[in-house]
Write a protein that binds this ligand. Structure first.
Ligand code: PLP
Length: 401
């Protein structure tokens, strides 16, 4: 007998569990389209050149490993807020942003959830249906109640804008509305600029608080500014906004756990108080954040040459994904004799495509074709090469029938 006999087996994680199953498969044709991590055309992991250069700089300078302050590396916090809002955004000049370095996107979301739980007891977070699988875990573990708003319309494989607006309207006044800044995960479907304005209208009317998850800035379109447009639109309306950021995808720093939580407040005084409480929440959770990724970001953003090289590498990564998206669409359209319209694939943006495959069909993709993907029909195009598009198209068409 074990004292832990009462501990039951936890289910595998729906996203990270896919990689475990992939590793166990010995078939040569196997493809891992589960996790959202960028691969080269040879399907190998990629470390950005600017990251290597920034790391070399750190070695040359002999940077030490002393603890960071609870709020993180000052140069990182400055750089990350400026990237998000634009360096001359009034909210920065007026010191109205509380920025705290977090353990990547996930840890930053978790810190914000803890703030909501403590200072907005009973307030609800409304999240899109569907959303990134970890959002629900994060709010559950933080004991923050949540419900869903309609987002995806299976009939059009597009945005259910009317449903979204009416569900946000129906949420209790003062709810937090979780929004994906760009490249919505898992659907790849974003609102248009006009739709963002209407979403902001409703959120303002209802006194809700927008809460952005920005995991793909620069990675969706290739432009850091274009991908931050949704956040900036809300900030320009003088709203108070929460924004979690991640550098996992756009700098390829997955395992470094580097990101931030930003809270835009209506006064500098409020921002100071919010920041003090974020630090208070972080201290007993993990004490202080890791320094390595923070230094990489600060070095890359702080050096004009490296900054430009980063932008070029981001465009290259975004471009490769766009090429794969196009090739997959071409292959599906050429091979499929059913007359199905595949153009939804081209309308989606970011690293994912939502195929419309259901759970049984997604399982068929894995069992018969050795294509590993999440059961909601999402595939990561970042894990696909041009060379494998035809094979994948065969698998998708077969699985639909
Ligand atoms: N939010 C969304 C929508 C994501 O897709 C991801 C990663 O897949 C994250 C947050 C957080 O990732 P990380 O914790 O690695 O920054």
């Amino acid at each position: 007998v074990s004292r832990f006999d009462g501990v039951t087996m936890a289910p595998p994680d729906p996203i990270l569990g896919v990689s475990e199953a992939f590793r166990a498969d010995t078939n040569a044709m196997k493809l891992n389209l589960g996790v959202g991590a960028y691969r080269t055309e040879e399907l190998q992991p990629y470390v950005l050149d600017v990251v290597k250069k920034a790391e070399n700089l750190m070695l040359e300078r002999g940077d030490n490993k002393e603890y960071l302050p609870i709020e993180g590396l000052a140069a990182f916090n400055k750089a990350t807020a400026e990237l998000l809002f634009g360096a001359d955004n009034p909210v920065i000049k007026q010191q109205r942003v509380a920025t705290v370095q977090g353990l990547s996107g996930t840890g930053s979301l978790r810190l914000a959830a803890a703030l909501i739980e403590r200072y907005f007891p009973g307030a609800k977070v409304v999240i899109s249906s569907p959303t990134w699988g970890n959002h629900k875990n994060i709010f559950n573990d933080a004991r923050v109640p949540w419900s869903e708003y309609r987002y995806y319309d299976p009939k059009t494989v597009g945005l259910d804008f009317e449903g979204m607006i009416s569900d946000i309207k129906a949420a209790p006044d003062g709810s937090f509305v979780l929004l994906h800044g760009c490249a919505h995960n898992p659907t790849g479907i974003d609102p248009t600029p006009e739709q963002w304005e209407k979403i902001a209208d409703v959120i303002q009317e209802k006194n809700h608080i927008p809460f952005f998850d920005v995991a793909y800035q620069g990675f969706a379109s290739g432009s850091l500014d274009a991908d931050a447009a949704s956040v900036r639109l809300f900030v320009a309306r003088d709203m108070e906004v929460l924004i979690a950021q991640s550098y996992s995808k756009n700098l390829g720093l997955y395992a470094e756990r580097i990101g931030a939580i930003n809270v835009v407040c209506s006064s500098a005084d409020a921002a100071t108080r919010v920041k003090s409480q974020l630090k208070r929440l972080a201290r007993p959770m993990y004490s202080n954040p890791p320094v390595h990724g923070a230094r990489i970001v600060a070095n890359v953003v702080g050096d004009p040459t490296l900054f430009n090289e980063w932008k070029a590498e981001m465009e290259m990564m975004a471009g490769r994904i766009k090429n794969v998206r196009q090739k997959l669409f071409d292959s599906l359209s050429a091979k499929d004799k059913s007359g199905k319209d595949w153009s939804f694939i081209l309308k989606q943006i970011g690293m994912f495509s939502f195929t419309g495959l259901n759970k049984a069909q997604s399982e068929h993709m894995t069992n018969k074709w050795h294509v590993y993907m999440t059961k909601d029909g999402r595939i990561s195009l970042a894990g696909l090469s041009l060379a494998k598009c035809e094979y994948l198209a065969d698998a998708i068409i077969d699985s639909f029938h």
